[in-house]
Design a protein. Structure first.
Length: 310
């Protein structure tokens, strides 16, 4: 019995210690978040209010709940159910980091004041957004994933695999540290130029390995197309016919043309994937693609291009 009591006490102490660590982390994060939001407010005139903020030292995550975005004149702009950041560290690029926004939605009164040519369906939609970065420091490989979901309308997913990305990650970390050290002091023009040069040099070394793009109907994609086509004085049937005529003249393979035609008819899903040759930078790949622009069959083989539409 005594051993059991001791074990329970140890567990309780551990849980208590974690809870306290989470509490301290939350207070520190709240201070930093408020500081960053204040900087954004100074730059945009908008203000940000949130109901809750919590941090976890175990999962290295921070969550903000029920955020309200208020415009410079006190008008409600948007509401965000939650924002969660996981795996972020200030002194290094983590093996896995993610950023997730749930239920971002513009205020109805704000939408009503947008320009007349704004798509009301998209402006009024509720959005989920998530992005993640998986990074292997030893190999320099990284994988970037972005997912955007306009609820009940359409979703878009992008997955990009990169090699030789260490220089870009190091540049990103250096820029982040410089901004932290600067604090409230704006960077000089020379410092901003140096950062831009650093990023451009790093990006020139990137080697794209694979790209996957997926567009999926979530219920109202057809209505979205119809509403946008009406602004151009065109029906859905006219668009489908025009696309088919253009594809007959375009430098694409018959398989790709058919896939695009199938998507225009079904408006259910469109996926595009490519596996790029190893050891070539983005610039080298682009140069080769330009050379093969008039040779669709060879281009498809070079980047292992696959297109599927429904």
């Amino acid at each position: 019995m005594k051993k059991l009591v001791i074990a329970i006490a140890i567990v309780a102490a551990g849980v208590g210690g974690i809870s306290y660590a989470n509490y301290v982390a939350t207070q520190e994060v709240r201070t930093e978040v408020d500081k960053q939001l204040a900087l954004v407010s100074d730059q945009t005139g908008a203000t940000f209010k949130y109901a809750g903020l919590s941090a976890s030292v175990i999962s290295q995550s921070v969550e903000i709940t029920n955020m309200e975005v208020i415009g410079p004149e006190g008008e409600n702009v948007a509401h965000i159910q939650s924002i969660e950041v996981t795996g972020y560290e200030t002194d290094k690029i983590s093996p896995h980091t993610s950023f997730e926004v749930k239920s971002f939605q513009f205020d109805k009164d704000f939408v009503a004041k947008l320009p007349a040519d704004t798509n009301e369906m998209l402006a009024s939609a509720s959005y989920d957004l998530s992005s993640s970065l998986d990074y292997d420091e030893q190999s320099g490989d990284s994988d970037v994933v972005l997912k955007l979901d306009a609820k009940d309308i359409v979703s878009f997913n992008m997955d990009v695999g990169l090699a030789n990305s260490k220089a870009l990650m190091d540049a990103s970390l250096a820029i982040s540290k410089a901004q932290q050290e600067a604090g409230d002091t704006p960077l000089t023009y020379e410092q901003e130029l140096q950062q831009q040069t650093l990023v451009m040099q790093a990006m020139s070394k990137l080697e794209p390995r694979n790209i996957n793009l997926v567009l999926n109907n979530q219920g109202k994609l057809k209505e979205l197309f119809v509403s946008e086509l009406e602004k151009q004085g065109m029906t859905l049937e006219q668009m489908q016919m025009t696309l088919q005529q253009q594809l007959q003249q375009a430098p694409v393979t018959e398989e790709i043309a058919q896939s695009l035609t199938d998507f225009a008819k079904g408006l259910n899903s469109l996926s595009v994937s490519a596996k790029l040759p190893e050891g070539k930078t983005m610039m080298e790949v682009n140069q080769q693609i330009m050379m093969l622009a008039g040779q669709p069959e060879e281009l498809v083989k070079f980047i292992n291009l696959e297109v599927k539409g429904e």
